[in-house]
Every structure is written in structure tokens, then in C-alpha cells.
Design a protein around this ligand. Structure first.
Ligand code: BGC
Ligand code: BGC
Length: 763
């Protein structure tokens, strides 16, 4: 059945044609819901009360909801894919949201035609009885990656290696600007997956294998959403994929996460808690199952845990055709629609079968199998975000951002992110940094001069592809551009032409692009034979070889590393290959730390920090040039800048500095700070900035291990709240001079008892 378009012209709220207050449907009685067209448009109302921006959002939502027919409500909950929905469909079916799947782009693929497409959809959405704008959603997962010419940032695994939450936030802002410039309101990012098995093809979408890293990098959400959703250049963020996507057995994509509830909560839930604390607007459900039951049908985890327990007040969206998987058969049935909506999914990503979805859900509501209260709750959540975004007032593209797509400012942020994401794993004989002047450098490898390979999946197309797919600087170009006087750079992809006159050879090798599904590596996880041959050709010349690994995850290279002089994990750096060269030349000394434990062999998968399996390189490992920088204990040390920890988490603090504090600290936990240099004269006291919402206990400062000598103890009692901060000073009970790793350990009668924002020693 096709609905008829109401014959209303909408031209902004101030001049809208809309229904008079007489149109009201009893939204709690499905039998009243119209089967066909909504009531005909009635009198001209210059200004309905619900769009009045000065009213509280909740009031506006209630007012508009009271006027909506069942069909209008069903439309809000429906998200087709752009290729399957016309502008007229959007008007006729009151479609609430449209998405671009990976690689689904208007032609020509440039920022202006995206903005034009968006505006056309938005005009269609607002050209309806109630004039409700739509939300356009897209995967801008490492930059606005479907748009030709956009800045492509490192994939999340590289950002995890930076350990730099401020940078993640800055990138979030840059992405939001590029997305805004094409009109789009909503980003299906960040992925807060905790990738536990590197065989998983989405490992690169993970900030790291321990929940602390995705939690820390959830700062990306604040970058996307800005100081307020309605501010210009803000877009709605999505925490995905809820929950346990990175925990599947064998790392199988869309597989089964077999964990007891305590472990699911401990490993996979914390980043979502942090996302909610940061006000994330939407949460996307994972394709995976939890102990055999598909997440898309899990009322307990979606409604009870996410919405009720964690207090998530935004809306929940299903993944692409995700509801189809509940029963394991292709396509969706009425039972799956019912189960998904009743489980708490508010908006359904139904790329093609959206008409069938609307009619199925309508029947379920009319039969009383999906309560009207559930439909209203879903609409309330979706409409709240639409009002908060300010798109009722400004439905069309803010073209002042269109020129930011791929601009120099964003590329320079990306280059900085690339620099900080490089992890130096081996540097025998200090083969790095490369001399800039009077050097003779040979560059080889299939990813040396290949924007597609260095960008990985989710770039221009869904799975990504090799070659010249978008604008940027290849790693080779970066090396060439960085070369100083008297330096020659020779390139041959397979390494042929090298001879012993070269001073150094750089092999840029690794994985070719892939995304979900195709990226799983159930078998070998090593380099391909082309890469091994290239490296061998270089080695046979006798020239020292530095391997730059371009890959979405750690690879199985343990048997080859002894033959290499240097090794840099470059992850999937994106379009700004100059950032790789900056590190190779030492313009930026490496600071990246492994966000994943590096296997000795693929047979160890899954291998994660703390599981006792011997690694090739441990979680957190990363070399630099020269002596490691020391920390000055007489300056404030931010608690969240730790080098390692056990049992704690970071979270946003409202205390001075406005950054993060460490929290969720129980007796037996510990946290440490490396290379603290006390100098020749001992410290005499230490001040700890702490807060405590409960309990009591003691924190001990120790030297060099969690069981090392105690140099100071600070007793903690309740301060009246987890963000009620006080500064507590304790005198040292033993001397501290020279360079040490400082540990803070915790004892107490039990339970969470302290948050720490910073500490500082004095002498
Ligand atoms: C992916 C999601 C993505 C969605 C829309 C799905 O296949 O799992 O991460 O947001 O497609 O493109
Ligand atoms: C944790 C604190 C945290 C608080 C947030 C407590 O359970 O121990 O670290 O600040 O929850 O509400």
C-alpha cells in the first residue's frame, strides 16, 4: 500500500502550512491509527507552538508527538539506504532517516553534490504535514571516508596507539566539520569495540584490546557532538556496536561472544558507559550474539542495561539488515520486527525492504503485539535528538563548512595523528632516524606508493581498494618530500635495482584493504609472498632494512623480525603519508604505544594483556629515539597519563583541567608512571587530588613495582561525591631520589573508594 502525500508546501517554520490543533490521534489506541493517508492539511498556522525553539525540547517533543499519526511515527523509526529511497518516498512515507551504506555516493562524488543530495532529501522530509526533518547517517569512521577528496585519518587502531584523547577529540571535530559541509547530521562512529582476537577483520576499528583505550578515546564523541549538538558544525555520534562485537569466538565477524555476564560487563561495557557520560546521541546494536542469542533481539541488554541501568537517553539504531539475523534466516519476519522493537531498538536500518518493514510494524502495533508506548518512546528519543540538533530551525546544509572537506587544516591534524600513531618496535643499531642529508635511500613494497593500501577499508568504497582512490600523500611521496640536501630516494615496488651503494632500504608492506567479513583471517596472519620476496630482495643487497608495516592489526612476523634492522607499525595511516616520513626522519620522535598485544604466532590468538601468554611485543610497548623522556614529579602529573594499570578506568572529570580522572578503583588495583626523575634531593611530600563518593581506604606510593617500597601513604575517606575534589598531602616516609617507575597501589575494606585527578611531589 502506498501512502498519499499530503498536499502541503513547507517552507520553514515561520511560514509553514500546518495542521490546526484539531488533528489529534489517540496515540495509545492502535485501533484509531490511520491505515491510509493522514488527515488532510487544514488551516494555515503561522507558528505551531511545538516548533518554538524557546520552549524546552521535552515540551516540543510532547507537542509534536501528540499530533503524529501512527504512520508518521513508523516513518520516524525507518531508515532506508539512499539508493533505495527517492525524495518522493521520503515525503510520502514520512521517512525519519536515510543512510549511505559504505561507498554509496551521489555522482559526481564531491562535497557539493553530497550537500545537494542532502538538501533535496531534507526538503522532501520537511514537505510534509508536520515538517519533521530527517537525519542523514553515514559511516565517517576515519574521516568523511565516502567522500572523494575528504581527509582520511588513521583508523582507530592507530589512534589507540597515540594514547592521546585530546587528539581524538580534535579529529572528531574535524570530521564533524567535513560531515557538516555535506549536510549530514549523524555519524555512525566511533566504534568502541574492544577487539580481543586479531583474526577479526574489524580489529582496526578498535582503539585497543583493553576497555580503557576505547573509553579514553571516546573523547572522539565530544569532538563530533561539540559543546552542544545545536552548535554549528556538530554532528550526532554513535557508540557502536553494542555490545561484545570484539569478543566473538575465533574473532569471527558477526559471531558469538561467549562470556559470562560479569566478563561481558568488565571487558565490553565500560566504553559505552563513558560514551553515555559524554552524552552520545545514538547507540548501534552489534550483529554479534551473546551466548548464542543475537544482540538485535536482546531486551535485557538493550532496555534493562543500556537504557535503564546505564541511563542512555538517546536512541538505539539497528545495524544494516541487523534485525534479519535474529532468527538466522534471510530477510525479516513479523516476529523479528516485534522482537527487535520490543527489545528496545528505536530506529531500524532497513536499507531496501523498508516498505515491508513499515507495513509489518504497523500490523504488529495494530494487533497489540508491539505496544504503542514503545512506539512513542522510540519517537520521543529520535525527535529529542532532532530538536537538540537544531535541524527543525536549520534543516539545510551549512555550506560554510563545505570547503572544509579535505582542507589543509584538517590534513595537518591527520598528519599529526599519523606521527603519533607510529609504533617503533625495533631499531637495531639505531638504523632510525634516517639522516635527511646526504643519504641514499631505497624504498620498496606494495604499500609504499599506494593511497588505497595506506587508507584501508571504509575508504571511498566499503571494503576499500588498492591504488589511486582519493587525494593525499603516499608514504613514498612523504619520504621524497622530506629528503634533505644531497639525499636521493629511489623507488621500485618489488625492490629490484637495489645494490650495496644504498645506505638504507625501507620496505612498506602489509595488508591490502578489507572491511567487515572479508577481513577475517581464520588461517594464516603473516605477510604475503610478494612482501616476503620484496624484503628478501632488499636484504640480499646487504643494505640495512627497515620494515614499515601497513596493516589493520598485528601480523604473524616473529620468524622474520630477527632479519630486519628496524620495524615500525604504521597501522592504516590514511591519506597523510607525510606523517610516516616525519617519524622515519626523526622530525618527530616516536611516541606510539601498542594498543594490542603482538602475537608470537597466529596460533596464540586470542592473545591479550594479562592472559599470561608470551608476546612478541607486549601491550603498551613502543620505542623512541634516544633516551626515554623523563617525567618531572614536581610538576603536576595527570593521573590519566599513566603508563600502565590494573583494574582501574578513566572517566571525564569536572575538576580543574576539565580532562579525565582515574576511577573505579578497588583495593588491589594499581597504576604506574614510568621514568619519574626525582633528582638528587629527595621529595618530602606528595599531594593527591582525590574525590570519593563512597567507602574508605588508603593509597600507597611505591617505587618500581606494585610490591616495591612504600614512600608515602594517603588515607582516603568520603569527600561527598565522586566529583567532589580535595587535595590531600602526605609526607614521604622513605626517601625518593633518581629515576623510578612510581606505582600507586590501593588497600581498603572493599569496593570502589577513590578517584584521582592528579598528583604532585614537593621537596
Ligand atoms: C556495519 C556498521 C555500519 C553500517 C552502515 C554495517 O555493515 O556493521 O558498522 O555503520 O553497516 O554502513
Ligand atoms: C566509581 C567512580 C566513578 C563513579 C561514577 C563509581 O562506582 O568508583 O570512580 O567516578 O562510579 O558515578
Amino acid at each position: 500500500m502506498r501512502l498519499t502525500a499530503p498536499n502541503v508546501v513547507f517552507a520553514g517554520w515561520m511560514t509553514m502550512l500546518a495542521t490546526a490543533c484539531a488533528v489529534s490521534t489517540d496515540s495509545h489506541d492502535p485501533s484509531d491509527a490511520p491505515e491510509n493517508a493522514p488527515p488532510a492539511p487544514q488551516a494555515l498556522l503561522a507558528h505551531e507552538p511545538y516548533p518554538d525553539p524557546s520552549l524546552p525540547v521535552a515540551t516540543r517533543v510532547s507537542q509534536i508527538l501528540a499530533k503524529m499519526t501512527l504512520d508518521e511515527k513508523l516513518g520516524q523509526m525507518t531508515q532506508p539506504e539512499r539508493a533505495s529511497v527517492s525524495n518522493a518516498d521520503v515525503t510520502n512515507f514520512y521517512i525519519g532517516s536515510v543512510l549511505s551504506g559504505g561507498g554509496s555516493a551521489p555522482s559526481p562524488n564531491n562535497a557539493t553534490s553530497w550537500a545537494n543530495m542532502y538538501d533535496a532529501y531534507q526538503n522532501a522530509a520537511t514537505n510534509t504535514r508536520l515538517g519533521i526533518p530527517l537525519l542523514y547517517g553515514i559511516d565517517a569512521v576515519h574521516g568523511h571516508n565516502n567522500v572523494f577528496g575528504a581527509t582520511i585519518f588513521p583508523h582507530n587502531i592507530g589512534l589507540g596507539a597515540t594514547r592521546n584523547a585530546n587528539l581524538a577529540q580534535q579529529i572528531g571535530r574535524a570530521v564533524a566539520e567535513e560531515v557538516s559541509g555535506t549536510g549530514i547530521d549523524w555519524d555512525f562512529a566511533p566504534c568502541l569495540c574492544v577487539a580481543r582476537n586479531d583474526r577479526w577483520g574489524r580489529t582496526y576499528e578498535s582503539f585497543g584490546e583493553k576497555p580503557e583505550l576505547p573509553s579514553q578515546m571516546a573523547a572522539f564523541i565530544t569532538g563530533l557532538q561539540g559543546s552542544s549538538l545545536s552548535a554549528s558544525g556538530s554532528v550526532l555520534a554513535t557508540a557502536k556496536h553494542y555490545v561484545g562485537d570484539g569478543g566473538t569466538t575465533n574473532g569471527t565477524d558477526q559471531g558469538n561472544t561467549q562470556l559470562n555476564e560479569a566478563d561481558l560487563r568488565a571487558i565490553h561495557l565500560p566504553p559505552f558507559r563513558e560514551a553515555i557520560a559524554r552524552g552520545v546521541g545514538s547507540v548501534m546494536i552489534s550483529y554479534s550474539s551473546w551466548n548464542g542469542a543475537k544482540m538485535h533481539g536482546q531486551q535485557y541488554l538493550i532496555t534493562n542495561v543500556l537504557k535503564n541501568e546505564l541511563g542512555f537517553s538517546g536512541f538505539v539504531v539497528s545495524d544494516y539488515n541487523g534485525i534479519d539475523q535474529i532468527d538466522g534466516q534471510a530477510g525479516f519476519t513479523a516476529a523479528e520486527v516485534r522482537q527487535a522493537i520490543n527489545a528496545g531498538i528505536d530506529m531500524v536500518m532497513v536499507p531496501t525492504a523498508w516498505r515491508e518493514f513499515i507495513s509489518t510494524l504497523r500490523s504488529e502495533v495494530q494487533a497489540g503485539r508491539v505496544p504503542m508506548s514503545r512506539i512513542d518512546d522510540a519517537n520521543r528519543r529520535i525527535l529529542t535528538k532532532k530538536f537538540e540538533l537544531g535541524i527543525f530551525e536549520k534543516p539545510l546544509t551549512d555550506r560554510s563548512y563545505t570547503g572544509t572537506v579535505g582542507n589543509a587544516a584538517h590534513r595537518s591534524i591527520a598528519r599529526q595523528a599519523v606521527r603519533e600513531s607510529m609504533v617503533l618496535l625495533k631499531n637495531a643499531g639505531n638504523v632510525l632516524p634516517l639522516a635527511k642529508a646526504n643519504n641514499k635511500i631505497f624504498v620498496a613494497g606494495k604499500s609504499a606508493d599506494n593511497i588505497g593500501n595506506q587508507s584501508g577499508g571504509w575508504t571511498i568504497s566499503w571494503q576499500g581498494s588498492s591504488g589511486n582512490i582519493t587525494t593525499g600523500t603516499t608514504i613514498l611521496q612523504g619520504i621524497r618530500n622530506g629528503a634533505g640536501a644531497g639525499t636521493t630516494v629511489t623507488y621500485n615496488q618489488s625492490g629490484s635495482g637495489i645494490d650495496s651503494s644504498y645506505k638504507v632500504a625501507i620496505a612498506v608492506v602489509g595488508e591490502t584493504p578489507y572491511a567487515e567479513g572479508a577481513g577475517d583471517r581464520p588461517n594464516d596472519m603473516g605477510l604475503d609472498s610478494a612482501d616476503l620476496n620484496t624484503i628478501n630482495t632488499l636484504r640480499n643487497s646487504g643494505v640495512p632494512v627497515v620494515v614499515v608495516l601497513v596493516s589493520g592489526r598485528p601480523l604473524d612476523i616473529a620468524s622474520q623480525v630477527p632479519n630486519w634492522n628496524g620495524l615500525v607499525a604504521a597501522w592504516l595511516p590514511g591519506t597523510e603519508g607525510a606523517g610516516v616520513a616525519d617519524v622515519l626522519y626523526g622530525d618527530y620522535a616516536p611516541t606510539g604505544k601498542l594498543p594490542m598485544t603482538w602475537m608470537q604466532s597466529a596460533s596464540q590468538q586470542p592473545i591479550n594483556d594479562g592472559d599470561g601468554k608470551p608476546s612478541l611485543f607486549p601491550f603498551g610497548f613502543g620505542l623512541t629515539y634516544g633516551a626515554p623522556p623523563s617525567r618531572n614529579p614536581y610538576d603536576t602529573i595527570q593521573a590519566e597519563s599513566f603508563d600502565g594499570q590494573s583494574g582501574i578506568q578513566t572517566e571525564t572529570t569536572t575538576d580543574t583541567g576539565g580532562g579525565q580522572n582515574i576511577g573505579y578503583i578497588n583495593p588491589g588495583d594499581s597504576v604506574y608512571y614510568a621514568n619519574v626523575d626525582f633528582g638528587a634531593t629527595s621529595a618530602v611530600s606528595v599531594t593527591t587530588r582525590l574525590a570519593s563518593g563512597a567507602g574508605s581506604g588508603t593509597l600507597q606510593y611505591r617505587l618500581d613495582s606494585a610490591t616495591g617500597p612504600v614512600i608515602a601513604s594517603t588515607a582516603v575517606s568520603g569527600t561527598g561525591g565522586w566529583q567532589s575534589w580535595t587535595s590531600a598531602t602526605a609526607n614521604l616516609t622513605a626517601s625518593a631520589t633518581g629515576r623510578h617507575t612510581v606505582y600507586i597501589t590501593f588497600t581498603g575494606p572493599g569496593g570502589d573508594f577513590v578517584n584521582i585527578n592528579w598528583f604532585r611531589f614537593a621537596r
